[in-house]
Design a protein around this ligand. Structure first.
Ligand code: FES
Length: 150
């Protein structure tokens, strides 16, 4: 199997894998970065969202062979000590219920606010609409994104 060199959370890491292996499984199974979650595996739920060159990206659909050319950030690398404004707002508003989707939600929100630092509620709803929450904590998610932006 080929070896791929990746840049993840500012570190250079190598993995031996099939070229089609989804980045999600490389992160979780090889690099022990288990904050990134598996939900559907087909790009529908957003649980596996990471940043690839700053863009919110579904790691279940990104092949390791493509990811080698990108700067990858996972929830573990978003900030030191959970100090990113989105993480702070998440804590203050107490967003999670079961918590499973939250890393993906936070990564989507963080990338979105980089692009649009002053969104209105509709823009937030639209940006977050691809991230599914089975506990339906959408109202708190939107509030937290709004708070992180202010
Ligand atoms: Fe990747 Fe659902 S696990 S979008």
């Amino acid at each position: 199997m080929p070896v791929y060199n990746l840049k993840v959370n500012g570190q250079s890491l190598s993995v031996e894998a099939d070229e089609d292996t989804p980045l999600l499984w490389v992160l979780r199974d090889h690099f022990d970065l288990v904050g990134t979650k598996f939900g559907c595996g087909i790009g529908q739920c957003g649980a596996c969202t990471v940043h690839a060159d700053g863009v919110a990206t579904r790691s279940c659909l990104l092949k390791v062979s493509v990811a080698t050319e990108m700067k990858i950030t996972t929830i573990e690398g978003l900030s030191k000590d959970i100090s990113h404004p989105v993480q702070q707002a998440w804590k203050e508003i107490d967003v999670p219920q079961c918590g499973y989707c939250q890393a993906g939600q936070i990564m989507t929100a963080a990338a979105f606010l980089e692009q649009n630092p002053n969104p209105n509620r509709e823009e937030i709803r639209d940006a977050m609409s691809g991230n599914i929450c089975r506990c339906a904590s959408y109202n708190r998610i939107e509030k937290a994104v709004e708070q992180a932006a202010s």
